[in-house]
Design a protein around this ligand. Sequence first.
Ligand code: FES
Length: 171
Amino acid sequence: MKKDVLDITDLDETRLVELDNYIDKITGDPEEELIHVLHFAQQQFGYLPHNLQRYVAKRLDLPSATVNGVVTFYSLFSEEPRGKYTISVCMGTACFVKGADKVLERILELTGSEKGKMSEDGLFTVEDVRCIGACGLAPVLTINEKVYGNVGVEDVDDIIRQYKRSGRRED
Ligand code: FES
């Protein structure tokens, strides 16, 4: 039978050392610390690919399925690389009836990305989300921490252009 070997050669070594140091300092129950470890790992690597999840499982002596269960349960964790800017378009009822689907469509077009996948230039990850509790401002979207309200399709070009410009300038 073929042995399932954990290959972590594609993971950055310096970041792995940081992660190891973090895990080495843990004194509590590994299962209770798991969320903190995953959070730290995601900060280091930007996302949580499967081999990294398995590495964390091995280091904490937990089943891989437990680690993957936590990663897939919490929306703050991502198994895919993320763009520098996460654009979340609200698809709750209030936003949807005011044209959020058209806004989303235009954003995907302008960023050249597929929903949930990082754009090729590494700048954007576009996703749809459920009501974020700002229905009075519908349609609403957020870009990282910033909230945009009453966004029409006609506003999207300016917003995206601005992020493309500042994203590239900082590179
Ligand atoms: S439906 Fe969009 S904020 Fe509530």
